[in-house]
Design a binder for this molecule. Structure first.
Ligand SMILES: Cc1cc2nc3c(=O)[nH]c(=O)nc-3n(C[C@H](O)[C@H](O)[C@H](O)COP(=O)(O)O)c2cc1C
Length: 208
């Protein structure tokens, strides 16, 4: 009896360890979809912002998530270029953070992964407009530090990145919205964004 109890105890302990490992780990993304979907011209002709109304609870698949972050700031041309233009061909000077139900992450385009920053669901805290918090994912665009170059180039880069997210979301049958009114202090604390960096915009992304 004692042996059975001990075996069950250790099985339970093992299960708990697996769960916490699953919750507190980085997300290795699938390779992005680089073909198919709607044509670019069709996506442009249909582009519109998500309605200021609740998103469906449906979460994007890892493939869809991978495609969206890649469109925002991923590598292309066999790893030699980027999906959006960065001045002087430099590496991205904008960080892309992703809030999901399972936590908050920083996108690493070199490793094609989302690095875990917090295992809390903070979607509803990102902005005060209620519909934004119903999205299954929220993208956050922030400068990597400051300095005259980054400050001079940042808005152009975020414009290109967010437009790519609009078009990729459209191609995948998803909706998004450029949002500049967000809870700055909450996001700075949650994502541990240093005083030199500046959040420029957020985008709720999901299905409607
Ligand atoms: C600079 C900028 C800031 C915006 N900020 C917000 C915002 O804080 N909240 C919001 O719901 N929509 C925001 N929007 C989305 C616009 O309201 C939306 O793009 C506009 O109504 C036009 O709709 P369309 O994108 O479907 O053409 C913003 C858009 C831009 C370009």
């Amino acid at each position: 009896m004692k042996t059975i109890f001990l075996i069950m105890f250790f099985i339970l302990l093992g299960t708990m360890a697996n769960i916490s490992e699953a919750v507190t780990s980085d997300i290795m993304l699938a390779s992005p979809e680089t073909e198919g979907g709607k044509s670019v011209l069709q996506a442009i002709s249909e582009r519109s912002s998500a309605a200021q109304a609740a998103f469906s609870a449906k979460e994007p698949s890892l493939k869809e998530l991978s495609t969206l972050v890649w469109a925002a700031t991923g590598k292309n041309r066999d790893g030699k270029g980027w999906t959006v233009p960065f001045a002087m061909g430099s590496d991205p000077y904008i960080s892309l953070y992703v809030l999901l139900k399972r936590g908050a992450y920083l996108y690493d385009p070199e490793k094609n992964m989302l690095k875990l920053l917090s295992d809390k669901n903070s979607l509803s805290r990102a902005a005060s407009q209620g519909f934004i918090g119903t999205a299954p994912s929220i993208f956050v665009f922030a400068t990597k530090g400051n300095g005259p170059r980054v400050e001079g180039w940042a808005e152009t880069a975020v414009g290109a990145m967010t437009q790519n997210v609009y078009l990729a979301a459209g191609a995948l049958g998803m909706k998004t919205r450029y949002v500049q009114s967000f809870n700055r202090e909450t996001l700075i604390n949650l994502l541990n964004i240093g005083p030199l960096s500046r959040i420029i915009a957020i985008m709720p992304v999901g299905f409607q």
